[in-house]
Design a protein around this ligand. Structure first.
Ligand code: PMT
Length: 273
């Protein structure tokens, strides 16, 4: 790669695959995620020259060459690995199917068969996506919504409740979403949406990464970083150049409509200034 992709210089953290929550030393609660969607996103981001960290639950896929891997098992492990490397990330994409609940008490010995019924008490796992979106310097945060019904409505709810920048909704069921080679997605953000018809996950991932890369936040981010660079060292006394640059930024942000941002995005931009 020549470093000319749309994500050159950007750090992208992606979660993929299922988590496993132990019941006893030989049993666990998990789901049908194969990791294919998340791994495809990691490859697509790498192809656009991003620095990519892929935090993966247990899957049987090979590590994409060039991607930094973090292998985890439980939701708690994934939560810790994510916060270990999210510090200076520009983009976070949560494609993993993380357990919402885990057994309250992991037995140290194999549970023996006894009564006709048994129950396992479950407790909530940390919500990784929500915790990243709530960081004071949160990256551009993209969630997935895996739904079997009311796909768009539930996805929009997650976008709002978890205060995400973008959500990728996919229908999941016996024959779609999980553990298939293709997928379709409806993507929502504060003031827009885009629908992607069913295609190979690798192709869908390329399109999703292209969409994430041109999100207004980044375009503004680039302008702001150029400006900051100019302010702090390069231009020095050349006020005219600085003024021209500021004017260009204003035109892009205010006149050309890159400023249709949520309050949260605005606050972020202000902090960068
Ligand atoms: O892995 P594949 O077989 O290729 O299948 C792909 C997929 C269907 C798993 C993927 O496209 C997908 O939809 N991933 C999200 C699955 C999911 O758990 O969705 P959810 O609607 O339950 O969760 C919403 C979001 O919160 C997700 O971004 C999830 O990663 C995140 N989450 C959920 C629970 C939790 N404890 N922490 C989280 O971060």
């Amino acid at each position: 790669s020549k470093g000319e992709g749309v994500l050159a210089g950007r750090k992208v953290v992606i979660t993929a695959g299922p988590t496993r929550e132990a019941i006893d030393p030989v049993r666990y609660i998990s789901n049908r995620s194969s990791g294919k969607m998340g791994y495809a996103l990691a490859r697509a981001a790498l192809a656009q020259d991003a620095e990519v960290i892929l935090i993966s639950g247990p899957v049987s896929l090979p590590a994409p060459p060039g991607v930094e891997m973090r292998h985890v098992t439980t939701a708690q492990d994934m939560h810790e690995a994510t916060h270990d490397c999210i510090g200076n990330a520009d983009i976070f994409i949560a494609a993993a199917a993380v357990a919402d609940y885990r057994p309250a008490d992991e037995k140290t010995q194999k549970i023996k068969k006894s009564g006709e019924t048994m129950s396992i008490e479950l407790v909530r796992c940390p919500d990784i996506l929500q915790s990243v979106a709530a960081l004071p310097r949160a990256p551009f945060t993209v969630g997935f919504a895996a739904e079997t019904e009311n796909v768009d409505e539930y996805a929009r709810g997650k976008l709002e409740n978890k205060k995400l920048d973008m959500i990728i909704a996919n229908r999941v069921g016996a024959d779609c979403g999980f553990d298939t080679d293709d997928n379709a997605a409806n993507v929502f953000w504060s003031d827009g949406e885009q629908r992607f018809a069913k295609t190979q996950k690798s192709e869908l991932a390329n399109r999703l990464i292209a969409l994430v890369a041109i999100a207004p936040e980044h375009i503004c981010g680039v302008i702001v970083s150029v400006e900051t660079a100019v302010r702090t060292n390069t231009v020095g006394d050349n006020h005219i150049e600085l003024l021209l640059l500021e004017l260009a930024a204003c035109i892009l942000v205010d006149v050309l409509g890159f400023s249709r941002k949520t309050d949260r995005e605005r606050r972020r931009l202000q902090r960068r200034y």
